[in-house]
Write a protein that binds this ligand. Structure first.
Ligand code: NDP
Ligand code: OXD
Length: 310
């Protein structure tokens, strides 16, 4: 089997090629080059492929997303149809997301931004916050990452809610589902964490209407995809005080353009898409195991459902 890798950042490609080749000596791993005997490539391993690139490989048996989300693959307007898309998920990646979510929820819960402002003014200002059971945190999306993050928050003592498409039961988490469950989920949520996949249904879901259904002064954490958020609606909600603080890891355009208002907004924390970053070592191990299973059986557990979009 021949696997070809494409990453937008060219300088990392060879690193990934070497890593995967060392883990898969029985396969041939190369940098994706549409000019180079396209009919010999069996699998494309990609992050944000350019539209049209994948269509040039007539014998593709699988596309591997170097990431949990497959939206960046489905965005290819010329995507070959019917080719299985394998996503990259695993314990280390889930652990990283749990850490990120816990860090930023606790930061908002204990009002660290205000505490740091007080420190800058040498102000010995003791901020009184409720205990975690009196703080309601809602996680949107209860898949691999959302369910693990909700369990982590429940373990910290937060009154934890979750929202998904189909009904779920998670110990310690009050679960809501479907469009009809969204209002009840949002009402009373002090902190909302977005871990939904980006689909036609979820695009723009973090908007003025959703913010208005939260209690005044709620906090928002978006660690899923930039287009979930209507940037202008968040800026307006921050200015009006409806939303007190936001932590944003993902953006419409990445890297976030230097002139974007989020960079300097006093109530926004920007992180550079690192909530659960895939490095070549962790990602390589997961992808190699998936490719080996796929080569042996023609499928693997992490094949996504391209029709539903995640
Ligand atoms: P999964 O596919 O495992 O789970 C998705 C969850 O979202 C499911 O619970 C699903 O419900 C729910 N969902 C989907 N559509 C809707 C909808 N219309 N209404 C309500 N709920 C919905 O995803 P993961 O947990 O693996 O990842 C989530 C996203 O996180 C990824 O798609 C990616 O965009 C982002 N991500 C970000 C990273 C970062 O570093 N910032 C790293 C990794 C991922 P149901 O269970 O009923 O199907
Ligand atoms: C992912 C990501 O989808 O890193 O895994 O965003």
């Amino acid at each position: 089997m021949k696997a070809a890798i494409y990453l937008p950042s060219q300088d990392k490609t060879q690193w990934w090629v070497d890593m995967l080749q060392s883990l898969l000596p029985e396969m041939q791993v190369v940098a994706l080059n549409p000019e180079d005997s396209p009919e010999t490539v069996d699998v494309a391993v990609v992050w944000r492929p350019r539209s049209g690139d994948l269509a040039r490989f007539p014998n593709l048996k699988a596309i591997v997303s170097i990431g949990a989300g497959i939206d960046h693959v489905l965005a290819d307007t010329a995507l070959p149809q019917g080719v299985p898309i394998i996503r990259t998920v695993g314990d280390d990646l889930t652990q990283r997301m749990r850490e990120y979510v816990a860090l930023h929820v606790l930061r908002h819960h204990r009002d660290m931004p205000r505490q740091l402002r007080a420190q800058a003014e040498r102000d010995w200002h003791a901020i009184v916050v409720p205990v975690a059971p009196n703080r309601t945190v809602g996680v949107m999306g209860l898949g691999n990452l959302g369910a693990a993050s909700a369990r982590t928050l429940a373990g910290l003592g937060f009154a934890t809610r979750g929202w998904s498409k189909s009904p779920k039961t998670i110990e310690g988490v009050t679960c809501f589902s479907g469009a009809e469950g969204l209002s009840a989920f949002l009402t009373g949520c002090d902190i909302v964490v977005n871990l939904l996949p980006l689909t036609d249904e979820t695009k723009g879901i973090l908007n003025a209407d959703l913010f208005a259904r939260l209690p005044k002064g709620a906090c928002v954490i978006n660690c899923a995809r930039g287009p979930h958020l209507v940037d202008a609606d968040l800026l307006a909600a921050l200015d009006s005080g409806q939303i007190k603080q936001a932590t944003l890891d993902v953006f419409h355009v990445e890297p976030l353009p230097a002139d974007h208002a989020f960079w300097t907004h006093p109530a926004v924390t920007v992180t550079p898409h690192v909530a659960s970053q895939i490095d070549a070592e962790t990602g390589g191990r997961i992808i190699a195991a998936n490719l080996r299973t796929f080569a042996e059986t023609g499928t693997c557990a992490d094949v996504a459902d391209a029709q539903r979009g995640y």
